[in-house]
Design a protein around this ligand. Structure first.
Ligand code: TYD
Length: 138
C-alpha cells in the first residue's frame, strides 16, 4: 500500500436549521467491516498520537470536533491530511505509518478499525517499518 491508497471520503451531510447531521455505514462510506470504534480527546497542546503502522488493521478517522493533522507515510513519501470537518473521513489501508499532530483545543478524533485491538498488529519501530516495506513484507 502507498500514499495513493489513502482516501479522503466525503460523508453525507444533511444541513438543517436545527443542526446538521452526518453518518457513516460500514462497507459503504467505510470500505471495511467495523470491528472497533475508539476516540481520542483531551489531547494537551503540543502532544502527538499514533506513531505506528498496522499489519492488518485498516482505519477510518473523522474529526468529529476541532481539527488535527494526520501524517501518513509509505516509507517513500509522506502526506499531511488536515482533518477539520466532521463530514470528511480519512481511510488508511494497512501497512502505512501514521502520526496525529496539531490537535486543536477540544478536538475529538473518532476512529474506526477493521480488527479488534491487538498489540501484535502494531509496528512501533520506524526502522523496522522501513525494513518491512523494503522487503515487501508490508
Ligand atoms: P495507542 O494505539 O498506542 O494510541 P495512539 O495510537 O493514539 O498513540 O493506544 C494507547 C493505549 O490504549 C494503549 O495502552 C492500548 C490502549 N488501546 C486499547 O486498549 N484498545 C484500543 O482499541 C486502542 C486503540 C488502544
Amino acid at each position: 500500500m502507498s500514499i495513493k491508497d489513502v482516501k479522503v471520503i466525503e460523508l453525507p451531510k444533511f444541513t438543517d436549521p436545527r443542526g446538521n447531521l452526518s453518518f457513516v455505514e460500514q462497507l459503504n462510506h467505510i470500505p471495511f467491516e467495523i470491528k472497533r470504534t475508539y476516540w481520542i480527546y483531551d489531547v494537551p497542546g503540543g502532544e502527538n498520537r499514533g506513531g505506528h503502522a498496522f499489519k492488518q488493521n485498516q482505519e477510518f478517522i473523522v474529526a468529529l470536533s476541532g481539527a488535527f493533522d494526520v501524517i501518513v507515510d509509505d516509507g517513500k513519501e509522506k502526506k499531511v491530511f488536515n482533518m477539520n470537518r466532521s463530514y470528511y473521513g480519512l481511510y488508511i489501508p494497512v501497512g502505512l505509518w501514521r502520526e496525529m499532530t496539531n490537535f486543536s483545543t477540544n478536538s475529538l478524533a473518532l476512529e474506526f478499525g477493521s480488527i479488534h485491538y491487538n498489540r501484535a498488529d502494531y509496528i512501533e519501530d520506524y526502522n523496522e517499518f522501513l525494513k518491512m516495506k523494503a522487503n515487501g513484507e508490508l
